[in-house]
Design a binder for this molecule. Structure first.
Ligand SMILES: O=C(O)C(=O)C[C@]1(C(=O)O)C=C[C@@H](O)C=C1
Length: 119
């Protein structure tokens, strides 16, 4: 089969070659991961409860999908699963922080409103 990502891997003779190729790929990956992480803020805003942040069914669906896509590209499903589980754990931790941050001050706003209406 042609057009698979694994076939884009360049033959290298030195570690400098290897690292130049890796840096070039990271230049593509990092902006995409920044974008992906931005959606955690959106999710944190949309979800109704902090207990909804971790969604095991969605995590499994993503793992299954990533494994399939890795295989189709000639990659290593176990390696991609491990990478994605790491990404998702970091994303979940961030989403929890965003959930709290987006609501910080709202409780005291409500308290101030209550105090105001009582006065
Ligand atoms: O899909 C969601 O509910 C998300 O918040 C996104 C995401 C992800 O990183 O893709 C993060 C946390 C959830 O456990 C599942 C998936």
């Amino acid at each position: 089969m042609s057009g698979r990502s694994i076939e884009q891997v360049q033959h290298c003779t030195t570690m400098a070659d290897v690292r130049r190729e890796i840096d070039a790929l990271d230049d593509i990956l990092v902006p995409l991961l920044v974008q992906r992480t931005g959606y955690m803020t959106q999710a944190a805003r949309i979800k109704q409860a902090d207990t909804e942040v971790r969604d095991e069914a969605r995590i499994q669906a993503i793992v299954d999908r990533v494994r399939d896509r890795a295989l189709a590209q000639g990659g290593q499903p176990d390696v991609l699963e491990a990478i994605y589980r790491g990404v998702m754990e970091a994303s979940i931790a961030y989403e929890h922080r965003e959930f709290v941050r987006l609501r910080a001050g709202h409780a005291s706003d409500a308290a101030a409103q209550t105090a105001g209406s009582a006065a």
